[in-house]
Design a protein around this ligand. Structure first.
Ligand SMILES: N[C@@H](CCC(=O)N[C@@H](CS)C(=O)NCC(=O)O)C(=O)O
Length: 237
């Protein structure tokens, strides 16, 4: 092998460290509800190191960020020539490229992917509707009438989900990317009594949160918030 060939072989064999984007100032004050969290969690589950680029709300809407994310949001994922947005797609990509988040057996794998979609397209929408109502529609005349309807829609989904989960530890056999996304979606109900009404789902979320990979991901995003706060205090002093 020539010297150049040897150099290229080393470069090709080096693992590529992906870069994700996250809020510079997370509105949830470090609760790990922003959607960089499932991406961090998936990367931690598979043992893939990653870099984080923090973006401000202003920068997210500028052309440079929109070139990565047409909707001007976080998270994004850059890995060599590959640029992805949509947390579900990013988690899926990570799960496809590494062992540990999707079963190898074809039917079990298809079911795990089904649960990823169920989390994001069936369970999450009414939960996000509740957040939209709470944060953006509280001053509307119809707010008090609408909220119970939205919450009942969430209860309907939680009821169905808890029936399917039953006494199982995870949704379909071993922990998968489907559980990762489902737990993360249900975490958005933290602080409301809705999740507590379903003890088996509360326990399911706690099992997810107890995983070492979750803990590392959570600590990493919390460290961003803590550092931002410390910076603010220094500036104000
Ligand atoms: N479906 C997208 C949603 C992305 C999203 O809503 N990102 C939020 C943070 S969790 C955001 O960037 N919000 C700021 C904005 O929309 O201006 C995904 O799962 O990645």
């Amino acid at each position: 092998m020539t010297a150049l060939g040897a150099k290229l072989a080393i470069i090709w064999s080096l693992p590529m460290i992906p870069t994700i984007t996250a809020f510079e100032a997370s509105p949830d004050r470090g609760q790990g509800l922003a959607r960089d969290m499932p991406v961090r969690w998936a990367l931690e589950e598979v043992g893939q190191p990653y870099d984080v680029r923090l973006v401000s709300f202003t920068a997210m809407k500028e052309a440079a960020h929109r070139a990565l994310h047409p909707f001007g949001q976080i998270p994004t994922y850059e890995e060599g020539d590959l640029v992805l947005f949509e947390s579900g797609a990013i988690v899926f990509h990570i799960a496809e490229r590494h062992a540990g988040l999707l079963p190898l057996e074809a039917n079990a794998r298809a079911r795990a992917i089904m649960w990823m979609f169920a989390a994001l397209s069936t369970v999450e929408p009414p939960i996000v509707q509740r957040e939209v109502a709470m944060y953006l529609e509280r001053d509307k005349a119809w707010y008090d009438a609408r909220m119970p309807l939205v919450e009942d829609r969430i209860r309907g989904r939680l009821d169905e989900l808890s029936k399917r989960l039953g006494n199982a530890e995870w949704l379909d056999g071993a922990f998968s990317a489907g559980d990762l996304l489902m737990v993360q979606v249900l975490r958005r109900l933290g602080g409301s009594s809705l999740l507590e009404e379903y003890p088996s789902l509360s326990a399911y979320v706690s099992r997810g949160e107890a995983r070492p990979a979750f803990q590392r991901a959570f600590a990493a995003q919390l460290a961003v918030f803590t550092a931002t706060q410390a910076g603010r205090l220094d500036r104000d002093a």
